[in-house]
Design a protein around this ligand. Sequence first.
Ligand SMILES: [Ca+2]
Length: 445
Amino acid sequence: MSNFSHSTFSILQYVLISFLIFSCGPRKFEKPNIILIMADDLGYSDIGCFGNEEIQTPSLDKMASEGLKFTDFHSNGAVCSPTRAALLTGRYQQRSGIEGVIYAKGETRQTGLDIEEMTIADYMKNSGYVTGIVGKWHLGYRIDFNPIYQGFDYFRGYVSGNVDYHSHVDGAGIPDWWHDLEKIEEKGYVTDLITDYSLEFIEKNKDNPFFLYIAHEVPHYPFQGRNDKADRIPGRKFPAHGSRKDKAGAYKEMIEVMDEGIGRILNRLDMLSLINNTLVIFCSDNGGLGEVANNGILKGSKGSLWEGGQRVPAIAYWPKSIEQGTTTDEVVMSMDFFPTFVNLSKAKTKQDFKFDGVDITRLLIEDKSLPDRTLFWKYRNQKVARNGRWKLLIDKDTTHLYNLDADVSEQLDIADSENSIVSQLKLELEEWEKDVTKGIKLKTK
Ligand SMILES: [Ca+2]
């Protein structure tokens, strides 16, 4: 009897909530604006709401306390380009050939994400959205790889992996600052420019659905604050990480300036009455860099597939749709945003299109669990298969197994005592590898 009452109550509650969300909410809920803010190389504990006590991040902390915090969110890659490829294509980065970094120097400078790829921006644009990217692209330096050819109506930023925060010169000494298809000269601290142009984009598109991808440079090197001098001058030698001695001080300042910009964006959404009709997501593209970042209790850092290289902070903020102050330990990856945004924007994908990610809309708005799945990573000499608590990590020729529920720091290798789990995950990993590289020539490694 009590079960019956409980389920009846649940059904009524569900109907009522659905009614409130879908009928009484702002009409525009049908096609919410989506803002995806991605930091670059931000470590798991580099912000307040993920345990940092030194760096002040009130805006991100507010997003977490009034939204949903992901404790088990992972970047698809352990470095920049692969995560961005997966994010934009909704599939493992191996399928688009971008397993590694597209470097400013050397032969990969000539490669990029194939323009035949249908990106999330392409799909949302086809569904009536205005699409913009402000900040870092890192999916091809050549003009024919420009975001304007990948579904974005608007681009303001840089195409390389990192630029001087003041002179906007890339790692190869080449000026790299763009407005759509044009290379331009513009003064300003990169983080402030990213915020200013994001605000301009939001203001300009307040009356129609928009998708804004804010790809921050922070806290990627060079480590430069707002009032530091430019280090990179074309034709001159420069230290890749910048000349400032107090790198930790610069690092803190860089993150705090980004957070200040995020605060300005949230305020503007509020002022324009867009706050309840806009899903704002924040995440990082890979783990923090060993020498400066705080990856908390996680092992490893950027470039490795230990948790510290790819478990990153992530937050979803959408007042009135996402319950305040919730936390989820569901395993989510960068490539899951694609099917989620397709669903929310009511975009139509091609009939034969196969996502590797899953739609997390119901996790966001109803705290509903995701289906059981095994997830995979591969970078350089490491491969990972993850299912629930189990993480298989093959490091060169050594096989490790960890129970992440009990041992998130990956200290106790239990591969020898859990043979059947090791065999099962190994088999799935082999099948996955064959599947994602079938007919694919990797462009980067
Ligand atoms: Ca990165």
